[in-house]
Design a protein around this ligand. Structure first.
Ligand code: NCD
Length: 323
C-alpha cells in the first residue's frame, strides 16, 4: 500500500514512512520544530491543541518515543491517552485485531490522532486502513521509525550546521534495527552527495534491497566490518544496539550472545575521529558506547532525544491544524 505523500500539507495525514516526505516537507517540519523549541525553552505551554485528544498505543517497550510523544501533546494542551503495555494488558491478549483496536480507541476516547508502536512490519498499513483518524508510526517491526529519523536529521542539522555532503557511519545491528533504515532513506532525500558506511557483523548487514535502492539514487555505499578503517572520515557516527528481542523471537539467543560485544565505542577509539563530527544513538544503549564518552562534546545522544520532543510537537501540530 502506498501512503499519501505530504506535498507540503500534513493536515489529517497519517505518518507511516519517511517515503512520504519531500525536501519541502522537511523544511516545514523543521521550521515548526523551531517554534516548538521556543515554547518549551520559555516554559510557556501552548494551548494550540486544546480540545484535541491524542492516544498512544504501544505494543513494544519504549522510553524516549513514548514520553516525548506524551509530553509533546501535553505541551500543546491536548487531552492525552497514553497506553503502554498493549501487548500485555489490552484486549490484544485476547486476540483482538489491530483494526478493531484503533476503531475502539477512537470511539472510547474520541481521539483525533493515534500514535502506535507495534512489532509487526505491516502493522501500520493495517492500522491506517481501519482507522477513522490519522495514525503516526512510532516504530513498526524491523522496518520503519519515521519520527526517529526526523529527530535524527534535525539533530544532524543542529550539530553540524548542514544536511549536505555528509559522510555517515551506521554501526551495529543494521539487519533488525529500524531507525537506520528510516534515517538512511531520509538522508538520501536531502543529501545528493551522501556517502554511507554500513559497519556491522556480516550477519547483521543492511537488507540488500535498501542498499540497492540507495545506490540507484547515487549514494556511495560501503559495507565493512572494520569501524577503524572508516571512522577518520565520518561526519556522523550513528551507533545502534544489537537487538536481542529479534534474536530471541527467532530462537537465536546463542548467536546474540556471540555478537553482543561486537562494538564498543570509547574515548580511545574516538581519537581516530574528526574533531568536528557528531556521535549519535537512538538509545537504549547496552554497552555500545561507554559512559566516559558522554562528556565528549561530539556526543549528541542526549541532545538528540530532546529534539524528539520538538519535532514530535511539530508533527502533532501540523497534522491536526495544518500549517
Ligand atoms: C529505537 C527503536 O525502538 O527502534 N528506540 C527509540 O525509539 N529511540 C531503537 C532501539 O530500540 O534500539
Amino acid at each position: 500500500m502506498r501512503f499519501k505523500k505530504i506535498k507540503g500539507n500534513f493536515l489529517k495525514k497519517s505518518i507511516i514512512s519517511v517515503d512520504q516526505f519531500s525536501q519541502e516537507d522537511i523544511e516545514i517540519l523543521f521550521k515548526t520544530a523551531l517554534i516548538m523549541e521556543k515554547i518549551v525553552k520559555k516554559k510557556k505551554p501552548s494551548q494550540l491543541l486544546k480540545g484535541y485528544c491524542i492516544a498512544e498505543l504501544f505494543y513494544q517497550p519504549s522510553t524516549r518515543t513514548f514520553t516525548s510523544f506524551l509530553a509533546a501533546a501535553e505541551w500543546l494542551g491536548a487531552i492525552t491517552i497514553p497506553i503502554h503495555g498493549m501487548d500485555t494488558y489490552s484486549s490484544a491478549v485476547k486476540g483482538e485485531s489491530i483494526e478493531d483496536t484503533v476503531r475502539t480507541v477512537h470511539q472510547t476516547t474520541s481521539a483525533d490522532l493515534i500514535v502506535i508502536r507495534h512489532p509487526k512490519d505491516n502493522s501500520m498499513e493495517i492500522a491506517v486502513k481501519a482507522s477513522y483518524v490519522p495514525i503516526i508510526n512510532a516504530g513498526s517491526g524491523k522496518k520503519e521509525h519515521p519520527t526517529q529519523a526526523v529527530l535524527d536529521l534535525y539533530t544532524i542539522k543542529n550539530e553540524l550546521g548542514r544536511m549536505k555532503n555528509l559522510k555517515v557511519i551506521f554501526l551495529g545491528d543494521l539487519k533488525y534495527g529500524r531507525t537506520i533504515k528510516s534515517l538512511g532513506k531520509l538522508l538520501t532525500l536531502v543529501d545528493k552527495n551522501l556517502e554511507l558506511f554500513l559497519v556491522s557483523p556480516k550477519i547483521l548487514r543492511m537488507p540488500g534491497e535498501l542498499v540497492k535502492e540507495w545506490k540507484a539514487k547515487g549514494v556511495k555505499v560501503h559495507q565493512t566490518e572494520d569501524l577503524l578503517k572508516v571512522l577518520p572520515q565520518a561526519d556522523v557516527l550513528y551507533v545502534t544496539r544489537i537487538q536481542k528481542e529479534w534474536f530471541e523471537a527467532e530462537g537465536k539467543l546463542a548467536l546474540y550472545n556471540k555478537l553482543k560485544g561486537a562494538y564498543n565505542i570509547n574515548l580511545k577509539i574516538l581519537k581516530k575521529a574528526k574533531k568536528k563530527m557528531v556521535i549519535m544513538h537512538p538509545l537504549p544503549r547496552i554497552g555500545e558506547i561507554v559512559y566516559e564518552v558522554d562528556n565528549d562534546p561530539r556526543a549528541a545522544y542526549f541532545r538528540e532525544m530532546r529534539n524528539g520532543l520538538y519535532t514530535r510537537m511539530a508533527l502533532l501540530k501540523l497534522i491536526l491544524l495544518g500549517k
